[in-house]
Design a protein around this ligand. Structure first.
Ligand code: GDP
Length: 195
């Protein structure tokens, strides 16, 4: 998709606040610092549209970006803050579970993991949770430019093994916001799932 027009439509915590126009939605999940805003900015050809690295302790909301009046990108706040209280974490969990498990417009989730590391327990839990709810998942391994090309296959197999990756219901893509590697493939996946 050639993107010219993007607007942050709404920040939502509760279902009454989600957009009401029925456009398909693709959500982006991953721990903070994994490269989520870099990926979304690459997809929409912006240097810094989605804000980079949301600050720990800031109000956590679901951010709906309307892309070309065709699809919403939904930025799900990053998990894995060490410092938030248990109460904050519970609120975050309810907000995200409510959105991911109940939203009719949600057509797929892009789950980001760092290409250099084994997925964390939270990455694994998120992946399993998405499969349980039968939500199509694209696992995107970010920062691929930080590992030598000759080690990509190994990195991919480490990630897939840790996730117990199921290729019948999910897809995998290496990605770099530095080199833009994988951008077209991620867009293809999004367009195939917009319905
Ligand atoms: P977010 O917190 O998940 O939104 O992560 P950001 O997109 O803000 O990225 C976190 C840090 O990783 C920033 O310093 C980025 O410049 C860096 N980063 C993100 N993606 C890549 C990538 O593909 N390659 C490299 N080398 N650095 C990246």
């Amino acid at each position: 998709m050639e993107v010219h027009n993007v607007a942050l439509t709404i920040s939502a915590v509760r279902p009454e606040q989600y957009p009401k126009d029925g456009l398909p939605e693709i959500a982006f999940v991953g721990r903070s610092n994994v490269g989520k805003s870099s990926l979304t900015n690459t997809l929409i050809n912006r240097k810094a549209f989605a804000r980079t690295s949301s600050q720990p302790g800031k109000t956590q909301t679901l951010n709906f970006y309307r892309v070309e009046d065709e699809v919403y990108f939904v930025d799900v706040p990053g998990y894995g803050y060490a410092k938030v209280s248990r109460k904050e974490r519970e609120k975050w969990g309810v907000m995200i579970e409510t959105y991911l498990s109940q939203r009719q417009e949600l057509k797929g989730v892009i789950s980001l993991v760092d290409a250099r590391h084994e997925p964390s327990e939270e990455d694994i839990n998120m992946y399993n949770w998405l499969l349980y709810y039968e939500i199509p998942v694209l696992v995107v391994a970010t920062k691929a430019d930080k590992i030598a090309r000759g080690k990509w296959n190994k990195a991919e197999s480490v990630i897939k093994k840790a996730l117990d990756f199921d290729p019948t219901v999910s897809d995998f893509q290496m990605f770099s916001s530095e080199t833009k590697y994988g951008k077209e493939q991620v867009w293809d996946w999004i367009e195939a799932h917009m319905g």
